[in-house]
Structures are given as structure tokens and as C-alpha cells.
Design a protein around this ligand. Structure first.
Ligand SMILES: [Zn+2]
Length: 95
């Protein structure tokens, strides 16, 4: 049940509710159809709410990776230098 996508529930709900509304009877099926639509919408909302979290986590992870070269310090004198510098600006040691 958890593997079924929210849109499937919504489409099924529309079909059930639409059929019962078209026939002009079977109120129970109309309610079930609306229930399917609500459930499907909820599932899609949950999927939408959980997705940006993963993206934010990935962004944070990328941020850590990209920021790490900035903390490049000379092993000889400990001076901080430009991330793309190959030699220490203070003592000239190879980084
Ligand atoms: Zn140095």
C-alpha cells in the first residue's frame, strides 16, 4: 500500500466518485472516492514535504565538501592560504 503513488489514489478516487456521481446513486462509493482523493493528496503532500529535506541534506553535504578546501593551512608554518594556492604565501612551502 505504501508503494502506491498518491496520484494513483487520486485518479482511482476521481473514477469511483465520478462514476457514482454520473449514475446519480451509490453515495457510499462517492464518499469512498472522495476518501481516495484525500488519501492520495495526503500521500503526495507527504512525498512533497519529505523531498526538500533530502535535497537540503545533500546541499549541506555538498557545502561541507566544497568548504573543506578553504581550510587549507600550511603544514610548515600554519598560515592560511587561498584554496587554489599551491605554495604557502608566508614561507613558500608546497601545500
Ligand atoms: Zn607556510
Amino acid at each position: 500500500m505504501t508503494n502506491i503513488h498518491g496520484i494513483v489514489w487520486v485518479i482511482t478516487g476521481i473514477l469511483i466518485a465520478g462514476t457514482s456521481a454520473y449514475l446519480g446513486k451509490l453515495m457510499a462509493f462517492l464518499i469512498i472516492g472522495v476518501g481516495f482523493i484525500v488519501f492520495g493528496s495526503y500521500k503526495m503532500l507527504v512525498a512533497y514535504m519529505t523531498k526538500p529535506k533530502e535535497t537540503a541534506l545533500n546541499k549541506t553535504h555538498e557545502g561541507i565538501v566544497s568548504s573543506s578546501p578553504q581550510s587549507k593551512y600550511c603544514s610548515q608554518c600554519g598560515a592560511g592560504s587561498h584554496p587554489k594556492a599551491n605554495f604557502c604565501i608566508r614561507c613558500g612551502a608546497k601545500l
